[in-house]
Ligand binder design. Sequence first.
Ligand SMILES: Nc1ncnc2c1ncn2[C@@H]1O[C@H](COP(=O)(O)OP(=O)(O)OP(=O)(O)O)[C@@H](O)[C@H]1O
Ligand SMILES: [Mg+2]
Length: 645
Amino acid sequence: MMRDMENGKREENRKPEQPGKRQDSQAERLKRRYGRAVPQRRGPMGPGGHGPGRQRAMAKGAPKNSRATIKRLLSYLNEDKAKMGLAFFCVIINTVASLAGSYMLRPIINRYIAPMDGTRGDAAGLAKALLAMALVYAAGVLANYAQAKVMLTVAQNSLQKIRDDLFTKMQTLPVRFYDTNNNGDLMSRFTNDVDTVGQMLSNTLVQLFSGALSIIGTLGLMLYTNVYLTAITIIMVPVMMRAGGAVARRSQKYFSAQQASLGAVNGYVEETVTGQKVVKVFCHEDTAKKEFRILNQDLRDNQIKAQFFGGIMGPVMGNLSQINYSLTACIGGILCIWKNFDVGGLTVFLNFSRHFSRPINEISMQVSNVFSALAGAERVFAVMDEEPEAPDDRDASVLAPMKGHVILEHVTFGYTPDKVILKDISLYAKPGQKIAFVGSTGAGKTTITNLLNRFYDIQSGSITIDGTDIRHLNRNNLRENIAMVLQDTHLFTGTVRENIRYGRLDATDEEVVQAAKTASAHSFIMRLPKGYDTLLEGDGANLSQGQRQLLNIARAAVSKAPVLVLDEATSSVDTRTEKHIEHGMDRLMANRTTFVIAHRLSTVRNANAIMVLEHGEIMERGSHEELLDMKGRYYELYTGVKELD
Ligand SMILES: Nc1ncnc2c1ncn2[C@@H]1O[C@H](COP(=O)(O)OP(=O)(O)OP(=O)(O)O)[C@@H](O)[C@H]1O
Ligand SMILES: [Mg+2]
C-alpha cells in the first residue's frame, strides 16, 4: 500500500503543472485511489470470480438500484415488526391528537368565544373545552415520546445486525479483497455509512409516515371546513412538491458524492497515519498535505453542495407556504364577510393551511436523508455482496491427522490472469523434510506460500497434501495444519501470552513458555515490564522488529501443525541470535514438513532440497553441496560472485 502511495507521489511530481483543470483531475485520481476498491488489480479469476459489474458497484456509492436497497434495508427491520407496529400506532395517535386538537378550536371559538348568534361568550365552558383540548394534545405528546423510544431500539437493533453482518462477511472475504481495497475506505463504510443508515432508520421512516398521515388528515379536515379555501391549497401543493422534488433530485446526486469523498479522505488519513514514518523519512509531509488538501477540498465542495440543497429545502418551502397562507387569509376574510363563513372555521383553516406545508417540508427534507442513507447502504451492501472465499466442496476431505506430504505439480499462477507469476512449478516435500526457497526479490517465493494455504487458488497444475488436492480439502482443516510465519509480522492488541496462544487456543501456559523458548523469545519477554502479561499495542510498536519476528515464530511454534512455513522469519534477527535460535528452530522443524524462505543463505544450508527461484521458475534445485558444485545461480548467490539483477 505504501509502495503504491510513493509511486503515486512520484508520478504526481513528474506531472507538469496545469493550474485550473489539474486540480479536478488530481482530485478524481486521488479519490479513485483512496476512496474505493482498486479494480485494475482484481480480475475474473479463481472460482466465482469478480465480475466487472460488481467492481463498479464497489467503485461508486451512488444509489443505483434504490428499490432493491430499500427492500434489503427493510428486511433488517423484520425481526422487530411488532415494535414497528407499536411505533406506527403511536404515530397515528400523535397525528390524530394534533389534528383533533387543532380542529377543536373551531367549536371553541364559535360556541364559547364569539358565538354565531351574537350572544356573549361562556368562560366556564371555555375553560372546560380548553382542558379537553390540552388532554388531547397531551395524549399526542405521550404517544410521540413512546414512538421515539421504540424506534430508537428498533433502529439500533438493525444497526447492530448490519454491523454484525458486515463484519461476519469481512471474515469470509478472500485475501484478494484485502489486497485490493483501501483500509480507510472500508473503515468508512463501517462507521459513516452505517451511521447514515441509522439516522434514516430511527427518524426518517417515522417522519415519512407521520408526514403522509398529517397531509391526508389535514386535507380531509380542510375539505370539511371549507371547499373553496381547500382549492387554493390544492393548487399550491403541486407547486411546492415540484420545487421540493427539484431540490431533492440535486441533493441525491451530491449526497452520493459526499459519501464517496468521505471514504477517500478516511482512506488517505488512514494510510498516512500508518505510513507516517515513511512520510517523514522521505520528507513527503508537504506532498501529503497538498494531496490531503485536494481531497479535503473535494469533500468540502461536495458537502456544501449536498447540505446546501438539503438546507434550502426548508426556506424554499417556507416561502411558498407563506404565499399560500396570505392568499388563504385574504380569500377566507372575504368569505367571512360575504358568504357567512364562520370565524372559528377560518381560524382553524388558517392554522391547518400554515401547518400543511410542514409535513410536505419534512417529507422533502427526509427525502435527502433517504438518499444519503441509500448511498451509504449501497456502499455497505457492496461489501456484503463481494464474492466470499469459494465454499468448500460438499464432500471436502478432512485429513486428521495430516502427515504433511506436499506435492506441487506443474503449478502455474498469476494474481491476474494476464500476468503469470509462477510458471510450471513442480516439487515434493516428504513428511519432516525441509525445503528452502531462495532467489531474488519478487521471484515468487511468498507467492508459493500463498498458494499452499489457499490464500489464492492456482490456475493450472495441482497441489496435493497426503495425496489429496488441497482444493478438495476442508479449508479450515488445511489452514489448521499449516503454521505460518508471514513475511509481514502482525501482533494483535493483547498480552504477549495471548499473542503466542493465537497459534493454538488450547495451549497451556507451559506450552506457551516452551514455544517462546523454542523461538528464543523467552529471555526478552522476561525482561519486559510484566513478562508474558505485558500488553502489546499498535502491532507491537513497543518491540523491536526482530522481537516481533520472534513472537511470530513462537506463535507458529505453539501450533502443532505438521506443515510449517517460515517466510523470512528471522530476517530482522541479528546473526548471533539467529545462531542461538538455530537449535530451537531445528526442534521446531523436526517432524514437520517445513518450507523456509530466506535471503540469508546460511540458514538454509541444511535443507533437504533448495529451490532457486527466478522470475517464477525453478532454475536450480538440489542440496547445498550439489548446488555449489553446479557453479550456477546458487553458487553466485552464495559466494556473492555476481550481484543480483
Ligand atoms: N497481492 C498481489 N497482487 C498482485 N501481484 C502481486 C501480489 N503480491 C505479489 N505480487 C507480485 O508477484 C511477484 C512475486 O511476489 P512475491 O511476494 O512472491 O515475491 P518474493 O519472492 O516473496 O519476494 P521477496 O523476496 O521480496 O519477499 C512480484 O512481481 C509481485 O509484484
Ligand atoms: Mg516474499
